[in-house]
Design a protein. Sequence first.
Length: 263
Amino acid sequence: MNFKQQLAVVEGLNIPPDTQKRMDCPFCQNKNTFTVTTTTNSTNWYCFHASCSAKGKKNGEKTMDYVNVTFKKEDIKPQEEFKLPDSFKIVHSNNKALQYLHENNCWEACMWGRADIKYDVKQDRVVFLVKNPDTNKYAGAIGRGLSSAVYPKWYMYDNKDIPFKCGECKDAVIVEDCASACAVSNILTGIAVMGTSLKESHKKYLKPYETLYIALDRDATKKSYNIARELTSSGFHNVRVKVLHEYDLKCYSTQEIKEMFYG
Ligand SMILES: [Zn+2]
């Protein structure tokens, strides 16, 4: 049977979208050897029986249904306000938290109020609060464990769609974590994407800057270039990769960061 004939048979099974199904093969009739996987936009089928060649894939057109399901979800969902848990205390209440801020060049950002930082007594984490720039309300928080017993090292409270931002400078730098975003914030706006890839939802928060640097940790330079490519193809024309040869940005003082970016 050719592709067209197979497709007609598979479509005749009337399998709904977003389904994975295993069944008797409509081609070789063997028991339970046939699988079909569908999305809103595609159908995949395969028979595991050695004597059967049933196999194919159809990618449909990008219908409005598909577009709605794939792209609109994030836009429609309202970003709810994040209520700070009772376990969030002022950061001065914990010495390890203060020490972390000092050692990672976050102290100044905290003192000047550029970053809202707390201590989570329940999880033993220093917590960076994330604000929604559209509403100026808290959208979530990101906590860094203060001992090796705290897992995972970084924890996302609620929000995953809005990046952590620190500073109000004309140029911004995309970094991996909140501490690096704070460390640069005297010189550049630090934007932490919490990882080495960019989410679609992050892009709208990257727009108001003259130059957009990308400086992921030194072991992720390749990923910096991936992000740069992605942003460029999304219409950003101000993207520059900053390769870090030695340490992550949180290891540098304000003066060193100034020299690194502005010579
Ligand atoms: Zn078969």
